[in-house]
Design a protein around this ligand. Structure first.
Ligand code: FAD
Length: 472
C-alpha cells in the first residue's frame, strides 16, 4: 500500500476531522521540553475504540510505525515521532468520555483521552476522589499517566498510577481490541496483561480506556509551607508526621532554594508566605476522610516539636482554600520556573527514602564541580525517595552548549544514585532519551525478558519504535 493509499483509507474511515496533515500536525510533532522536532506522516485522531482499532489495523497492514500520544507532556520525548516523516501519531484527544462512575464499587471507567484534571472533577462531582495529582494534570491524559505509570504528589498516600488501575481496554499492535475493563479487586488469572501495558510507554499497544479506583473524599485538610534547616531536617520532619499518623500524609514535598527561587523570580503570581528566603523548603499536606481527625492540631503540634528540635525554622499554615492553592502553586510551578529560567537537564531519580539527603548533597557538589556556574535545582517527592535532581544552566550562557553536556550531567547524578541503590527514572519513564540507560542498568535477564515481550507482542516493531528499548 502506498503512503497516499494509506492516508486515503484512513481519511475514509476516520473522516477529515480524524486525520491531521501539514501544519496542523505541529503541536504533535515536538515534545513538551522542545528537545526534539519530529516530522510525522500524519496525526490520527480516532473518536472511539473501534476507530482506533481500524486505524491501527490499516497502519499495521502497511507496516507503518505508530506513536501513541495523549497530552504530549512526556518529559522524555516518549510521545514524539522521529524526524523521518514515516511515523503516524495516534492521539487520543477525541476519546474523552467518562463511561461510568460507580460509588458502590468505587470505580470510574474513563477513556484514554480524558484529561487527568477532568477525571478528578468527575470523581469529585460523584462524591468520591480520584487521587492521582501532578503538575501536568491540566494537560496529561488517563492513557498517558497509565502508560508512564505516573506518580506525582499523592503517591506517598495512594501509590502510582498502576496502583489506581483495576482493568484496561486496549488496541494491540495488530489492531485487535483487548476487552480487559474488569473492575475486580482480585483477579489472579495468569499473566497480568494490564500491568504490562501500564508503564510500557506505548510500546506494546494503545490503551483506549481504563477502570480506575476511587477513594472516599477527605473531609479535613491541612497544609503548611515550611523552611527547614537542611535535607536531613526535611526527612526527619517526614518521619515525625509518618510516625504520628501515616494515613494522614497526602503529600510531602521538598524544594531546594535553587529551585524555589527560580519560581519566585520567574513565574508571575507567586509569593513566599514566609518572612524571608531559606535554603530548603517543605510542603506538608495532610488529609483525612475521618470526621474529627483534627489535622490542624496534628500539624501544629508536629511543627512545634520540629521547631524545638531546630529542624523547622519558619512555617506558614494555610488558613483558607485560597492560601492552600497559593502554597501548592509554589510547588507546582517548579517545572515552569526551570523552563523560564533557560535550559535545564532533568534527572528524575529515586533512592531509598533514607538516602535522599546524601544523594542530594553529593549530587549538588558533583554537578557544580562538573559545570562551574551551573545551578543545581533539586525538588520533588521526598516521601517517595524521588527527587528531580535537575541542573539549570548558568544565566547568560549558551543553552545549546549546556544541553550538549546532558549525558555528562545525567551520568554524574546517576553514578551516585546507582551507588545508593536507586533508579535512573523514578516516574518520567525512559522514552527516547534514556534507552541507553535501560541497557546499562537493566541488562541480563531483565533486559532479555523485556526484549522478548516486545518481540512477542509487537513482532513487526510498529508500536512506538525506538522508545524504551533501543532498536525495537
Ligand atoms: C509540568 C509537568 C509536570 C509533570 N509532573 C509529573 C509528576 O509529578 N509525576 C509523573 O509521573 N510525571 C510527571 N510528568 C511527566 C508525565 O509523564 C506526564 O505528565 C504524564 O504521565 C503523561 O501523560 P500524557 O497524556 O501527556 O502522555 P504523553 O506525553 O502524550 O505520552 C507519554 C507516553 O505514553 C504513551 N501514551 C500516551 N497515551 C497513550 C495511550 N493511550 N496508550 C498507550 N500509550 C500512550 C506515549 O507514547 C508516551 O510514550 C510531568 C510533566 C510535566 C510537563
Amino acid at each position: 500500500m502506498t503512503r497516499d493509499d494509506l492516508l486515503a483509507a484512513l481519511t475514509q474511515r476516520l473522516g477529515p476531522q480524524g486525520v491531521l496533515l501539514g501544519a496542523d500536525m505541529a503541536p504533535h510533532e515536538t515534545d513538551w521540553r522542545a528537545l526534539f522536532q519530529g516530522h510525522a506522516m500524519a496525526v490520527l485522531r480516532p473518536a472511539s475504540t473501534e476507530e482506533m482499532a481500524d486505524a491501527v489495523r490499516l497502519c499495521a497492514a502497511a507496516r507503518v510505525p505508530m506513536v501513541p500520544q495523549g497530552g504530549n507532556t512526556s518529559m522524555v520525548a516518549g510521545a514524539t515521532p522521529d524526524e523521518t516523516a514515516t511515523q503516524i501519531v495516534l492521539t487520543t484527544t477525541r476519546m474523552t468520555r467518562i463511561r461510568d462512575i460507580d460509588v458502590n464499587d468505587m470505580t470510574m471507567v474513563a477513556e484514554a483521552g480524558v484529561i487527568l484534571k477532568l477525571a478528578q472533577d468527575a470523581a469529585r462531582d460523584a462524591g468520591a476522589l480520584f487521587p492521582l495529582s501532578l503538575s501536568a494534570e491540566g494537560s496529561c491524559t488517563i492513557g498517558g499517566v497509565l502508560s508512564t505509570n505516573a506518580g506525582g504528589n499523592t503517591t506517598v498516600r495512594y501509590g502510582n498510577a498502576r496502583e489506581l488501575m483495576l482493568g484496561l481496554e486496549a488496541v494491540m499492535p495488530d489492531g485487535t481490541i483487548w476487552h480487559g475493563l474488569r473492575r475486580l479487586r482480585k483477579d489472579n488469572t495468569g499473566y497480568a496483561l494490564r500491568h504490562l501495558l501500564v508503564g510500557a510507554e506505548g510500546t506494546l499497544g494503545i490503551i483506549t480506556a481504563a477502570a480506575l479506583r476511587l477513594f472516599p473524599r477527605p473531609v479535613e485538610e491541612a497544609v503548611a509551607f515550611c523552611a527547614v534547616a537542611d535535607e536531613d531536617a526535611a526527612l526527619s520532619l517526614f518521619r515525625r508526621f509518618r510516625g504520628r499518623d501515616e494515613s494522614a500524609v497526602r503529600a510531602f514535598e521538598y524544594m531546594s532554594a535553587g529551585s524555589m527561587h527560580l519560581v519566585l523570580d520567574h513565574v508571575p503570581g507567586v509569593s513566599l508566605p514566609l518572612a524571608e528566603r531559606a535554603a530548603h523548603y517543605v510542603l506538608v499536606d495532610l488529609a483525612s476522610s475521618r470526621p474529627g481527625a483534627n489535622l490542624r492540631a496534628l500539624l501544629e503540634s508536629v511543627l512545634e516539636e520540629a521547631m524545638e528540635a531546630g529542624e523547622v525554622t519558619d512555617a506558614a499554615l494555610a488558613e483558607s482554600e485560597a492560601q492552600r492553592a497559593a502554597i501548592w502553586k509554589l510547588r507546582e510551578e517548579h517545572p515552569e520556573g526551570q523552563k523560564r529560567a533557560g535550559a535545564s537537564v532533568k534527572n528524575d531519580v529515586s533512592v531509598p527514602v533514607s538516602k535522599v539527603p546524601e544523594m542530594v548533597r553529593r549530587s549538588c557538589e558533583a554537578l557544580t564541580r562538573l559545570i562551574p556556574g551551573s545551578r543545581p535545582v533539586p525538588f520533588g517527592h521526598i516521601g517517595d525517595g524521588n527527587i528531580h535532581m535537575n541542573l539549570a544552566q548558568e544565566p547568560g550562557t549558551d543553552p545549546a552548549a549546556f544541553l550538549a553536556r546532558s549525558h555528562d550531567i545525567m551520568d554524574c547524578v546517576n553514578e551516585i544514585v546507582r551507588e545508593l541503590g536507586g533508579s535512573f527514572s523514578a516516574e518520567h519513564g525512559v522514552g527516547r532519551i534514556k534507552t541507553d540507560m535501560v541497557e546499562d542498568w537493566r541488562g541480563g535477564a531483565e533486559l532479555a525478558a523485556m526484549q522478548a515481550i516486545k518481540r512477542a507482542m509487537d513482532p513487526h516493531g510498529l508500536m512506538n519504535p525506538g522508545k524504551v528499548l533501543r532498536g525495537l
